[in-house]
Design a protein around this ligand. Sequence first.
Ligand code: AMP
Length: 401
Amino acid sequence: MEQFDFQNQKVLIRVDFNVPLNKALEITDDTRIQAALPTIKYILEKGGAVILMSHLGRPLKKLNDDGSINRARFTLNHVVPRLSEHLGQAVAFVGDTVGTAVNEAVAALNAGDVLVLENTRFYKEEGKGDADFAKQLADLADFYVNDAFGTAHRAHASTTTVAQFFDTDHKSFGFLLEKELLNAAKVTNEPARPLTSIVGGAKVSDKILLLDKMIEFVDNLVIGGGMAYTFKKAQGGQIGNSLCENDKLDLALSLLEKAKARGVNVYLPEDSIIADQFSPTANTDTAASNEIRADYMGLDIGPKAIEAFKTVILDSKTIVWNGPMGVFEMEAFATGTKSIAESVAAATKKGAFSLIGGGDSVAAVKMMKLDDQVSYVSTGGGAMLELLEGKELPGVKAIKG
Ligand code: AMP
């Protein structure tokens, strides 16, 4: 992008403005808007006019009762005041994504202007990667810049198809997307070792590919969260009412065998905080993770597991973390996740590179205000997972050509 001359040029930027909104339709977290600012500001400073497009939520999955789009809920106009505040300048909005009104608004743009288009997902063509729709978007601008890392794993019209209408001298990654790729590469491409992957969260089935891929290149694999109990049961443990995917027991064993064959150290939680119901006010106890009473369930890793995981983390030079260690949304079961976040921050202080790979582990690190004490917090859960799984993201491939 820094090689292009943007002076008096129109630049179409795919950003990820899919921000969370509360019931009053106010933005509750504008991290994604802030993350897009460096690219937008850079192009404005270089004399370009900026056309921004993004999705917001899933409007076609949540239609009004009469089948129409709930424009009030899903309009991208919600982000305009906040963006304008951050940029310190007026930002125009047009209530459509393609068509006459958009063409007119774009024609009126001068160098230094910013225009936000309506939610790309108001059109079913977006999700289908439709070429005609993408061409209408492409025709708006001289350059295309993709800075929407969070949707780079989707082959949608605005993230992927649109790029085919620009040659390599007129399309680029934005700074955010570039930063995400560079940070992922620090894990996947000749990382400093020992390399430790911490995987948690609810289900094994969501992270089979991640686990499988990680085993091929990590030194240590730390498994926590609900998914750990499928492994414990597969090893013959008693896990009570803990989360378990009975159809994944064989898979769990084969992952453990693969890890052993490759010399990867696998750490499962030796003990757990157990509860008699899935509730913040449940009766709780500590138990060995393979001896959980029939009427109890494991909802967090226990003190011995915390200590063991901490030792591995503090000895690591590269750490990648995806998924919480327990039901961290409930205070009673947040200790494991908090302790792991602290250990990752401590290892980082000692010089390790740490990547928090999206989703709930990002929420946990932010909740503890440790986000500035780790090396990199990814803005895209699914996209980062796919990168770490070794896949090429369609949005990335479309720019590289
Ligand atoms: P994921 O989206 O797969 O990363 O899963 C995150 C969710 O897993 C969070 O909402 C956690 O509450 C949940 N989770 C973590 N540990 C457990 C557990 N031991 N039992 C049930 N749910 C869990």
